[in-house]
Design a protein around this ligand. Structure first.
Ligand code: ASP
Length: 351
């Protein structure tokens, strides 16, 4: 379906990709929340016409709740951005909040050498409700996507990011932390890229530089991965139910504190058998702040010897997306390990 044009004085051209989520929901006559199409959303947002930009809209498909987002949707989003890359100055992805951090992280890996802004946003309250946050979020996301440096005129935020409430956050550092209040997202282990108050206040030093190479939209993710979250009381049988899957290629191990885990022989045996089979294990902390420091305690010293990789300060959302992305590159084991421990898109801070 060709994008529908909204009339406005064009200073920048932004493509909105509507995927669904609470932002576009409305109550039907039976009192059920159902998704609207973007034309219905647009009617509820006359302020879009006041923006000095050309805003065009396309859909990923039928609007969906973001709990139903799939790996295929991420690949289609990346392909859609690549197809439209030359025609627009920036992109806004309207998306449900529940899995927005996963999608933004996945897109950050898929879109290598990104030189334009791809801003994910959504809302806690549907656009038609009086106390909606959709209008402010969408208008500001559009402004962020169109932003240029005042002097040089270069793209200000050449990154995949999440804009919500008042914060612009690097996509692979975003985490949904709130389901009732407006400030639904937090930036983990990295400062926000910008803050929207009366003015848009960009944190230029923290924003990635413009790439020197052209965009490369990757088209493969490996979904033979899982997340194993440790808890006191985890049994060998339950651990094996996840790690012994024959097709498993990678696992995010959610450990305690600075990357610690039990030292029980059965636990170590499970890990060793997995790494011997070529499964890549990425150690990510359950703590929201801080980082994995393998070897700091006896309870993580054996990880290196077992071939478990330290995830530094990565979020779980970014870790699973990175694992899918790197495994999708189908490199040899040594190169896969190297890529998994490297900072690819600003998702980790190496110290
Ligand atoms: N369940 C919704 C979704 O993620 C929540 C939201 O959009 O805020 O699609």
């Amino acid at each position: 379906m060709p994008p529908a044009t909204l009339p406005s004085a064009p200073e920048a051209a932004i493509l909105v990709i509507y995927t669904g989520g609470t932002v576009g929901m409305a109550y039907n006559r039976r009192g059920e929340l159902v998704p609207m199409n973007f034309e219905q959303i647009r009617k509820k947002m006359p302020e879009l016409r006041q923006l000095n930009m050309r805003v065009e809209v396309t859909n990923l498909g039928e609007p969906i709740d973001s709990s139903n987002v799939t790996v295929q949707d991420w690949l289609r989003l990346a392909a859609l951005i690549e197809e439209n890359y030359a025609r627009y100055d920036g992109f806004v992805v309207l998306h449900g909040t529940d899995t927005m951090a996963y999608s933004a992280a996945a897109l950050s890996f898929l879109l290598e050498n990104l030189g334009k802004a791809v801003v994910f946003t959504g809302a806690q309250v549907p656009v038609g409700r009086i106390r909606t946050d959709a209008r402010r979020n969408l208008v500001t996301a559009l402004e962020m996507a169109a932003a240029r440096h005042p002097m040089a005129g270069a793209v200000r935020v050449p990154e995949v990011c999440v804009f919500f409430n008042d914060l612009l956050i690097r996509g692979n550092r975003a985490k949904k932390v709130e389901s009732q209040q407006y400030n639904a997202f937090r930036s983990e282990n990295y400062p926000p890229l910008a803050r929207a108050g009366i003015e848009l206040d960009f944190n230029d030093k923290q924003i990635r530089r413009l790439p020197s190479a052209p965009l490369h939209a990757h088209q493969r993710l490996d979904d033979q991965v899982t997340i194993l979250r440790l808890f006191p009381g985890l049994t060998e049988r339950m651990m094996r139910a996840q790690l012994d899957a024959e097709e498993l290629r990678g696992c995010v191990l959610e450990t305690y504190g600075s990357g610690n885990a039990p030292t029980a022989p059965w636990f170590l045996r499970c890990l060793r058998e997995a790494t011997d089979r070529g499964v890549h294990l990425l150690n990510v902390s359950q703590c929201e702040e801080g980082r994995v420091l393998q070897g700091r305690y006896e309870t993580s010293a054996y990880f290196r010897e077992l071939g478990v990789l330290g995830g530094d300060d990565i979020t779980v959302e970014a870790a699973i997306a990175k694992l899918m992305f790197v495994l999708g590159l189908r490199q040899n084991p040594a190169e896969t390990r190297r890529l998994l421990t490297q900072d690819l898109r600003g998702e980790i801070t190496i110290i």
